[in-house]
Structure formats: structure tokens, C-alpha cells
Design a protein around this ligand. Structure first.
Ligand code: FES
Length: 255
């Protein structure tokens, strides 16, 4: 059950120009794929919460990775180690553990944030993980060594060829998806998720995509985060029904 928590900031690091990592001390019960609503300012004006996905989690810590992109996260970026932070969570459904022995994990830009916890969990459960981390350019990549260390196989891709394979993560991963009995997990821009779902459909693989949406309440009440699902276009709430959906749910294929 989600609850209000006040946790102490253990560390708050700048990982790249815009990316920050907050490590909080305490028990939260959060799991891979879930998120928390962080109170970034206690003042009434502005009274700000931001949904931030779980980057890694353990019995005594919670790590959150976020991009500074607006007023709320700019407030958050000012927080220092030793200060406390109020949050509400854990929220959302989290990832499903595949029964297959291997997984392809596709990360696009800041979409990599929830995929470290996923990869660590998959490895703990004895799965082999092929991790593909892509960005438009090498400046969009971060924490490559931690992702490389967590996965069995790791590859970087960039659209412009400034690092790693030149092209999209889905292009780099297709041979592995085609050749191995893998589950596909993805988080990143919507075109990337759509392509991941299409590849999984083509090769008959299970597929889980973590969706991003603008959120207000974070608990399923305001309907501000809905996405169309299924062939009939029914809507689901990213915050309460997701953020993880099967590829078929959000990108259904005909035939
Ligand atoms: Fe309110 Fe999802 S943010 S329903």
C-alpha cells in the first residue's frame, strides 16, 4: 500500500548536465517499475509533486534518477545530502517477471532510469540480460558503467554515431530478439516503445513497456494521464493501471 514517507537524503549526485541521482535512506517497499510522488516544495505556492521512477531499491535504500526539466525538478535539484524529503508511494504496478530465461532490455535516454532496478532484479532471479542503451547522441547517455556491470551483455547506440552502434536500440537488438527466446522490456520515447512492441509481436516474444505521461494526482483519480489501449481505443491510467503495460495492450497489432 502506498504511504506518506519522510526519508533522509543519503546522497544527491549530478550524473550529467541534466541528470541527478538521489539516494534516500529507509524502507519503502518499492519495486522495479514503480514510482513515487516526491514533494519538491512544501510551500503552498508552488505546491509541487513530481512522479519519479525507482532507479534501484533495497531493504534500506531507494534511489531515484531524474532529469532537471522545469520548475519542480529545479527545486528538487537544490536538495542537499542530510536533508529530508517527503514522498508518497510506492505507486504503479511495476514490471512482471518473465518465465523465460533471458531478457532484452531497451533503454532510450532518461527511459533508462527504471531499468537498472529491473536488470538487477532479473539477474537476481537467474535471467540473462541483454541491455541496449540508446540516445540521440552520446551526451544523452549516463551511468553506462553501472548498466554494463548489471547486465550480461551491454551495447550503446546513438542516432548520430557519436558513441557505439549508429542507429536505434531496436535495430541493434533485433538479431538477439529474433534468435533467442527472450522477453522484451522497454522504456523510452513512444516511437521506440512502439517498435519494441512490433518486434516482439513479429517474433512472438512477450513484451513489457513502461509508459511516460504527465501526471497530476498519481493515484488514478484525475484521469490526467490516460493513454489509449487495445483495438477499441479504451483508455487506461498510466499512474494506476501502469506505468508498465504489455506491448499488445498499448500498441495492438492487427492480424
Ligand atoms: Fe491522475 Fe493518473 S495522474 S489519474
Amino acid at each position: 500500500m502506498p504511504k506518506k514517507m519522510t526519508l533522509q537524503i543519503d546522497s544527491h549526485e549530478q550524473m550529467s548536465d541534466k541528470i541527478r541521482r538521489l539516494v534516500l535512506k529507509g524502507q519503502t517497499g518499492a519495486g522495479p517499475g514503480q514510482f513515487v510522488q516526491v514533494e519538491v516544495s512544501a510551500a503552498q505556492d508552488p505546491y509541487l509533486h513530481r512522479p519519479i521512477s525507482v532507479h534501484s531499491c533495497g531493504p534500506e535504500h531507494l534511489s531515484l534518477l531524474y532529469r532537471v526539466a522545469g520548475r519542480g525538478t529545479a527545486f528538487l535539484a537544490e536538495k542537499k545530502s542530510g536533508e529530508t524529503l517527503r514522498l508518497f508511494g510506492p505507486l504503479g504496478n511495476g514490471f512482471t517477471l518473465t518465465r523465460r530465461s533471458s531478457a532484452v532490455v531497451l533503454a532510450g535516454g532518461i527511459g533508462a532510469a527504471p531499468l537498472l532496478a529491473l536488470t538487477q532484479w532479473l539477474r537476481q532471479e537467474g535471467k540473462q540480460v541483454f541491455f541496449y542503451f540508446g540516445g540521440k547522441t552520446k551526451d544523452e547517455l549516463f551511468l553506462e558503467d553501472e548498466f554494463r556491470h548489471a547486465a550480461n551483455e551491454f551495447m550503446i547506440t546513438t542516432d548520430d554515431g557519436t558513441a557505439g552502434f549508429q542507429g536505434f536500440v531496436t535495430q541493434a537488438a533485433e538479431p538477439v530478439i529474433a534468435a533467442h527466446d527472450v522477453a522484451v522490456y522497454a522504456c523510452g520515447p513512444e516511437p521506440m516503445l512502439r517498435e519494441a512492441a512490433r518486434l516482439a509481436h513479429t517474433y512472438r516474444r512477450e513484451c513489457y513497456v513502461s509508459m511516460e505521461a504527465r501526471m497530476a494526482c498519481g493515484v488514478g483519480a484525475c484521469l490526467g494521464c490516460v493513454v489509449p489501449t487495445g483495438r477499441d481505443g479504451a483508455y487506461k491510467r498510466v499512474c494506476a493501471d501502469g506505468p508498465v503495460f504489455t506491448g499488445e495492450e498499448v500498441f495492438p497489432h492487427e492480424g
